[in-house]
Design a protein around this ligand. Structure first.
Ligand SMILES: Nc1nc2c(ncn2[C@@H]2O[C@H](COP(=O)(O)OP(=O)(O)OP(=O)(O)O)[C@@H](O)[C@H]2O)c(=O)[nH]1
Length: 569
């Protein structure tokens, strides 16, 4: 029943009214959504009958609260229309803005037709004919369920008529009327006929106007649409008057006034009063003439006020919308700017992270490079400090370590001893068994000595087959005993090499700080003197420096030269 009522509401007013009443009687059986639909139809009925005050709250409450978005949009369309009809133009344009914003999301073709029709109507009403025509053409183009051509053409032709861009003979007029009739839209067909009648009157084709208006008058009367009936009758009155049929003119004008919607001052009403005034004046009824003239003037003024009001409302809403739009655009720009700023910040952070990563990579690379360099430096340093044959300190390293140990001993006034050891007849080992055997003996001699030395003792190869030993914390007597142990250890080296016997022995010269002081040069010289004495005494023995044997006089050579000389000793 709801659907049927909706379908017939503008084509069969009697059936529509009957259905609505019947639905009201079954109100309790309706679902919430059905009640909302009924509320919409009730609002529509009030609007149709000209009771705008009742129609508006019913419709607008649905705009905000209806559960179905399509019904919301439809209620909004009708509410816009009703507000315009009741001259609440600002409200109408505000509603229209809401509608046009929602329009892209609306899919229901009927609802779209209704919304776009309202837009077209309203723009035409404020003289924005091109905009009105634009929406009317959209209605025609979408042609929802075949009804778009009728509805859109009705508005487009009205806008063309008002903007004086069409003639009464334009073929689109009968074509549109036919389209409406095919759809059963007699109300719209008659609205187009009204437009055509106005055009006939404008072109002074009175017979055509009267013929058209009379032909369909009864049909219009049956429409129960007061606004349409009143306009029709006003046009008839004006046509009759111009034709000289005063009685008919007066009759129709009175009906037009009678049917006019209360407090609505439209051109048809003004026209009707004008006819009544002129007819009364013609018949000498001055009192009535003055009364109608006053009414006509009042209606005219009210209409002009209305035109001004709607123009003002339109301009006000338009400028508000524009300023809201520009505010929104400014906000959008600001948002875009903020977004860009955000993107820029994150890019900058990303770049910083890249830089940091790069920097870390460089640092790691440098650290690695430094580590490798240091390692190879240490390796080379070690190589430069170690005797490659025996693995103990070489001569420069021995001197360096010995000086350090003696300096420490000097500072703490502790004793230290220096021992020089030279292998006996080493040349003959080389000569008899070969150089490799000599090397082997040198390595064995070092191993034998090491097993009797402490970690704190300094042991180095100071010449070809000559070794230096510094014994920190060791006095002369102790040093002699320890040198003796070394001597015995050399004797105990396995004397066979590749099946041949090669006896190893060494001669030792010993001195200590208590005898020679803390100067390494002096200590070495004295130890060397003792060694010289041991060699001379028959080798394979330990002799201390006794101060009696003076080593060979030398003009204080640099310590390396001295050591070299010692090596040859
Ligand atoms: N195999 C080998 N021989 C070396 C090395 N360094 C020096 N020599 C040899 O050691 C020998 C030292 O001989 P001399 O200085 O005559 O002394 P010596 O034969 O030990 O006799 P005295 O010291 O008087 O007992 C020389 O023949 C050098 O060539 C070495 O690294 N390896």
């Amino acid at each position: 029943m709801l659907q049927r009522a909706d379908a017939v509401k503008s084509v069969d007013p009697a059936e529509f009214t009957r259905l609505i009443d019947q639905l009201h009687s079954q109100f309790n059986d309706l679902s919430a959504q059905q009640r909302e639909h009924l509320q919409y139809l009730q609002g529509w009925r009030f609007a149709y009958s000209g009771d705008y005050a009742k129609a508006i709250p019913l419709l607008e409450s649905l705009v905000d609260s209806a559960s179905d978005p399509t019904l919301q949009f439809r209620a909004g369309s009708t509410a816009t229309n009703v507000r315009a009809l009741s001259t609440q133009y600002e409200g109408a344009f505000l509603q229209l803005n809401k509608l046009l914003n929602k329009l892209p999301e609306v899919t229901d073709p009927d609802a779209r037709l209704q919304g776009m029709s309202v837009a077209a109507d309203l723009y035409t009403l404020v003289g924005e004919y091109d905009l009105g025509i634009h929406y009317a053409q959209l209605v025609v183009k979408e042609n929802a369920r075949g009804r778009g051509v009728c509805r859109g053409e009705q508005i487009r032709l009205d806008a063309l008529c008002k903007s004086k861009r069409i003639k009464a003979d334009d073929p689109s007029l009968p074509a549109a009327i036919n389209a409406c009739l095919q759809q059963g839209e007699s109300l719209a067909a008659n609205a187009i006929r009204t437009t055509q009648a106005r055009l006939f009157l404008r072109e002074h084709r009175l017979d055509d106007a009267i013929s058209l208006l009379e032909r369909h008058y009864s049909e219009v009367e049956q429409s129960r649409y007061p606004r349409g009936i009143s306009e029709w009758e006003s046009l008839m009155a004006q046509a009759y008057q111009q034709r000289g049929a005063g009685v008919n003119a007066q009759r129709m004008a009175s009906r037009a006034v009678e049917h006019a919607v209360k407090d609505q001052f439209t051109p048809p009403l003004i026209g009707a009063y004008r006819v009544l005034y002129e007819e009364a004046e013609k018949h000498g009824d001055i009192t009535s003439a003055i009364a109608y003239l006053k009414k006509s003037a009042a209606a005219d003024k009210a209409y002009l006020d209305d035109v001004t009001a709607r123009q003002l409302a339109y301009e006000r809403v338009k400028s508000n919308t524009l300023s809201t739009k520009s505010q929104l655009e400014a906000l959008n720009q600001e948002n875009k700017l903020l977004q860009l700023q955000g993107q820029l910040d994150s890019k900058a952070a990303e770049t910083s992270r890249l830089y940091i990563a790069l920097l870390m990579l460089v640092v790691v690379f440098i650290a690695l490079w430094a580590y490798r360099t240091k390692r190879s430096q240490l390796h080379f340093m070690k190589l430069s400090q170690v005797d490659s044959l025996t693995g103990i300190s070489n001569r420069p390293r021995f001197i360096q370590l010995a000086e350090a140990v003696l300096e420490t001993a000097r500072k703490s006034q502790q004793q230290a001893s220096v021992v020089l050891c030279d292998l006996d007849h080493f040349k003959s080992i080389n000569d008899r068994f070969g150089h490799a055997a000599g090397d082997h003996v040198l390595r064995q001699a070092v191993i034998a000595c090491q097993s009797h030395l402490r970690v704190s003792d300094i042991f180095g190869r100071v010449g070809g087959e000559e070794f230096g030993i510094v014994l920190p914390g060791c006095g002369l007597e102790d040093a002699k005993q320890r040198a003796e142990r070394l001597r015995v250890a050399l004797n105990e080296i396995d004397p066979t090499y590749q099946g041949e016997r090669c006896q190893v022995s060494g001669s030792f010269g010993v001195t200590s700080t208590e005898v020679s002081g803390y100067e390494l040069r002096q200590l070495l010289a004295h130890a060397d003197a003792a060694l010289y004495r041991a060699k001379a005494a028959g080798r394979d023995r330990v002799l201390p420096y006794d101060g009696k044997i003076v080593p060979q006089e030398q003009p204080d050579p640099p310590i390396d030269d001295e050591l070299r000389n010692l090596g040859h000793a």
